[in-house]
Design a protein around this ligand. Sequence first.
Ligand SMILES: [Zn+2]
Length: 154
Amino acid sequence: MGVERRMPGTPETCRRCGQILTPGVVQYSLDRFAIPLCRKHQHYARNSTATKESLTLYGLLKEAGIPAQFEKFDGYKTIDIAIPALFLNIEVDGAHHRCNKRQIQTDRLRDEYSARRGFATFRVSNELVRGQARGIVDAIVRYASEKRLRRDFA
Ligand SMILES: [Zn+2]
């Protein structure tokens, strides 16, 4: 529980599938995707619309012990980061989301779909993640603690 601690010499693993990674793959992945990923999941990350900020936030949430899922399809849309145990979806958006009428309407339909299924949607901007990623993670960890769901975490 809490921040993941690794013993010195423990091999790094893919944050998506747990596969043990070679140091070369780890370094390549950290340079490009900010979190350790195996080659398969690097390929997915490269071909997804996910931003580096989304991957960064996902990696920090996992390290904090939050059972987050990356790019989860809910039957209607792909959620950037889903935390089913908290009934919380996190969408990491570019600044254009705040400056485009059609995007506001699209987001509203998506959020209403989630709300009908009991999920709250927490929208953060890429800019906020770049400046305040730790603060966002801390807030979600506290939210999880208050919900008394931490004991159910995987
Ligand atoms: Zn993997």
